[in-house]
Write a protein that binds this ligand. Structure first.
Ligand code: GAL
Length: 831
């Protein structure tokens, strides 16, 4: 009998394999038609869209420009920034044409949809006010442009035939404080399942107990089953697989009428490999849903085994290890690609940030894309996932305040359901600098939102970015939060800590130092809101906003005060819009806050953070450049950013003296005006020679370790005549999937390879072979050059050209030409 049962189960199993194609998922990428005209008949099946533009999704309709001060010109007073009277903010949202209506249409077939199957459509984000129509019928509406949303399309989908999906999007003027992007800028998925299935975001996986011997994995799986089906016929078989696809745990569970159509399984993984930022180890839970012996669905949940804990007075612990946040805030745009999501671009961002020593990002001020979280899971980057920049009280006239009452809970639930299994996410944020901080009843709204987070995910702490410490430490607003997150004003941390019950302070948003790559201003002085005729800020890293400060004003808090949990710097990368302090100074239209510029080229500041956040890697960076014809004999300070404690500086072989990081500077003895003015805190973190005089030639620095041993040296030289274009690709081996990207740094150098930092001429780019020119950027916040055209003006001698693969493998050749310079050429391989 036993033998017979065994044979029977083998037979059943092979049958399952044959019919294993239980779910089909695909993206709607190619074949879309797009128009900016708002013809109300665009949703009808018979509508003629042959004249519309053909586009590929993800698509950002506004990134192609042209720039204009009239695009979303906002005549407002930004009260958060201390403005009293309305003024014209031209580039606040990037000066790009995102306002208005756009329609998308696509025809597609779903051969798998037959015999009573179910189908869903999932948008990872659509900007904004999406109205979705299938085969001439309205399927649903989702207004918030940053969120993922899904609809059941079973009643609308045609079996066997052609389907027409139409989406109307509309962006309002004065609805954002930065460039939001426009259109179907994230992926659109079609998912076909059996009648009984696991729905979108249908699992919730936690790891409630982790020791070195075992990890307990708790998996809750929702099942949608036909009304006439028998509950106790359903079974869920889950296999946990390690990164090598080896099965490390198995569990089987039957559904009963007491389960509310949710399976709960507890599985044990022995000797678990933990997820952390150094070794982001991922497991998969592969669940098979059976109705009797018939396989109905197969659903994979990717997860990591890791613990997070917040201990009052001590801080944030990842896998039991005290971990300070060395974080950055990021807006969602990808510079010259706009908001259109691209995994290769996200990987590049995280690669650059990790090399800097950054261990966390805050998705300010909205929901991340699934690709961003996937990349963070895979590469080991912690994430604070944020939801809103606005609640009920307006920051922007046409912003989320109109939606809050009806949509806030739905939006928050979708965010959490989408990402609650991802190990990279360590905290939820319910808001950013909401005016409710100081208003009557504001605390109740905060509590309402935090409760939703706790209900949907009891495993992660909740925070928000507060910039009104005077109010929130006295009205419970900060006290009720799991984590009190403060934006700016680090000099208030101590007072807030004394008043609040949590015993911890998070720098949820910090610094807002401003600088332009390769631009230096004299004299070198600490300044708030400095503006110049060229609309740039100094890369000596001494300039900031009226509410903000320099990097060291934050470093010192988190180093000296044990209750400080670390920080999220505003921002990791420059973004489109918010060109503070150039509010009204068109053509300023992108930010100056980034540690890395809009072309994803590191500014000097990058090396300051790297020297502090990644101290085991060598950083030895000299600034400014040394091409100052006309400044001969004038004071031209030199800064060195290094992880070493001291260094000696030489100009043309003459010693300028040795500097050592001044560890006698503390948070308590350096906060007064005089100390600020004389850059006292900076002396603890940077090496500064304030009196050096310019003479052309060589600047050399020799670094010493703590024992006084010379351990490293670096030189920069005055560049000679511009000679040729040097091209450096971040990756030369690419994937032939029509999406992969290589970022090629374009530099003008002299005959010896020294950067010519004063060359600002046009470069033309040609791409041949198995790739196309995707976009370029130079990092200049006032550049009017269009990102997608294969030509761009250099900014301080550099720019970035982005190449995209096609579907065909082969060689890609990028050539760059510019007047009076020898061409540059680079060959990439797409496989
Ligand atoms: C903060 C705000 C950010 C950005 C930043 C610029 O107050 O949260 O979105 O505006 O200021 O410094």
């Amino acid at each position: 009998m036993k033998k017979l049962l065994f044979l029977l189960s083998v037979w059943c199993c092979s049958l399952c394999l044959i019919s294993a194609q239980t779910r089909t998922e695909f993206l709607l990428e190619k074949g879309w038609k797009f128009a900016r005209t708002d013809n109300p008949e665009s949703y009808l099946t018979g509508f003629n869209d042959s004249k519309w533009q053909s586009v590929v999704v993800p698509h950002d309709w506004a990134i192609y420009g042209p720039f204009s001060s009239k695009n979303d010109m906002q005549k407002v007073a930004i009260t958060q920034d201390g403005q009293k009277a309305a003024m014209e903010h031209a580039g606040r949202t990037g000066g790009l044409p995102f306002v208005g209506v756009g329609w998308y249409r696509i025809n597609f077939k779903v051969p798998e949809f037959n015999n009573g199957k179910k189908a869903a459509i999932l948008f990872d984000g659509a900007m904004s006010h999406a109205r979705v129509y299938l085969n001439g019928k309205e399927v649903g509406y989702w207004p918030y442009g940053y969120n993922s949303f899904k609809f059941d399309i079973t009643p609308y989908l045609i079996e066997g035939g052609e389907n027409l999906l139409a989406v109307r999007l509309e962006n309002l003027t004065e609805s954002s404080r930065w460039y939001p992007g426009a259109g179907l800028y994230r992926n659109v998925h079609v998912i076909v399942t059996e009648d009984a299935h696991i729905p979108v975001w249908g699992t919730q996986l936690t790891t409630p107990k982790i020791t070195s011997e075992f990890a307990k994995v708790n998996l809750k799986t929702k099942v949608v089953r036909p009304v006439d089906s028998k509950v106790d016929n359903f079974r869920l078989v889950t296999e946990i697989k390690d990164a090598n696809n080896r099965v490390v745990a198995t569990g089987e569970e039957k559904l009963s009428k007491y389960d509310g159509d949710v399976f709960e399984q507890n599985l044990i993984v022995n000797q678990p490999k933990l997820w952390d930022t150094e070794n982001p180890y991922l497991y998969k839970a592969v669940s098979k849903l059976y109705d009797g012996s018939s396989l109905k669905d197969e659903y994979t949940t990717t997860f990591g085994i890791r613990s997070i804990e917040i201990i009052p007075g001590k801080g944030f612990f990842l896998n039991g290890k005290l971990t300070k946040f060395k974080g950055v805030c990021l807006h969602h745009d990808l510079g010259p690609l706009g908001a259109a999501i691209n995994e290769a671009a996200l990987r590049r961002q995280i690669t650059i940030l990790k090399d800097m020593g950054c261990n966390a990002i805050r998705t300010s001020h909205n929901m991340p894309s699934p690709e961003q979280i996937k990349v963070c899971d895979e590469m080991g980057m912690m994430v604070m996932a944020e939801s809103f920049d606005e609640w009920k009280i307006a920051k922007c006239q046409n912003g989320y305040n109109h939606l809050f009452d009806e949509w806030a809970e739905k939006d928050l639930v979708n965010l959490i359901h989408n990402f609650r299994n991802n190990p990279s996410i360590v905290m939820w944020s319910i808001g950013n600098e909401v005016p409710e901080q100081g208003s009557k009843g504001g605390v109740k709204v905060a509590r309402f939102l935090q409760d939703i987070c706790h209900r949907e995910d009891p495993t992660r702490p909740v925070t928000q970015g507060m910039d009104n410490p005077g109010a929130v430490v006295n009205n419970n607003f900060a006290a009720i939060m799991d984590v009190a997150g403060f934006n700016y004003r680090p000099f208030k941390y101590k007072e807030s800590y004394d008043k609040l019950p949590q015993e911890l302070i998070l720098g949820s948003e910090t610094a807002s130092t401003v600088s332009s790559r390769g631009t230096y201003k004299f004299p070198v002085e600490r300044k708030a809101m400095a503006v110049y005729d060229d609309h740039q800020s100094s890369s000596y890293d001494v300039e900031y906003c009226s509410w903000s400060n320099l990097p060291e004003d934050d470093f010192i808090q988190h180093d000296d005060l044990p209750y400080c949990m670390g920080e999220f710097v505003w921002t990791g990368f420059d973004y489109l819009g918010e060109p503070t302090p150039y509010y009204t100074n068109w053509p300023s239209h992108s930010s100056l806050f980034g540690i890395v510029d809009l072309a994803s080229l590191p500014k000097d500041r990058y090396y300051l953070y790297r020297s502090h956040w990644n101290p085991t890697k060598e950083t030895l960076h000299i600034l400014p450049h040394w091409n100052w014809a006309g400044r001969e004999g004038e004071v031209t300070p030199i800064f060195v950013y290094t992880n070493y404690p001291s260094a000696e500086l030489f100009i043309n072989g003459k010693s300028q003296g040795k500097r050592t990081k001044d560890m006698s500077v503390t948070v308590d003895n350096s906060g007064d005006d005089a100390s600020m003015k004389e850059l006292k805190r900076q002396k603890r973190y940077r090496l500064m020679w304030m009196d050096t005089k310019y003479e052309s030639g060589t600047v050399k620095v020799v670094a010493y370790d703590k024992d006084g041993k010379a351990v490293a040296e670096k030189e920069i030289h005055t560049a000679g005549k511009p000679h040729h274009i040097e091209l450096v690709a971040d990756r030369t081996s690419l994937i032939a999937n029509g999406k992969d990207l290589a970022y090629v740094t374009v530099k003008v150098v002299d005959k010896d390879g020294n950067l010519c930092p004063n060359v600002n001429q046009l470069v033309k780019i040609k791409v041949k072979g198995a790739g196309t020119y995707r976009a370029g950027a130079n990092g200049d916040p006032i550049s009017m050059d269009l990102f997608h055209l294969p030509q761009m003006t250099l900014f301080n001698g550099m720019l970035t050209a982005i190449v995209q693969t096609t579907d065909k493998a082969g060689e890609i050749i990028l050539e760059a030409t510019s007047k009076d310079l020898k061409n540059g050429k680079v060959i990439l391989n797409s496989k």
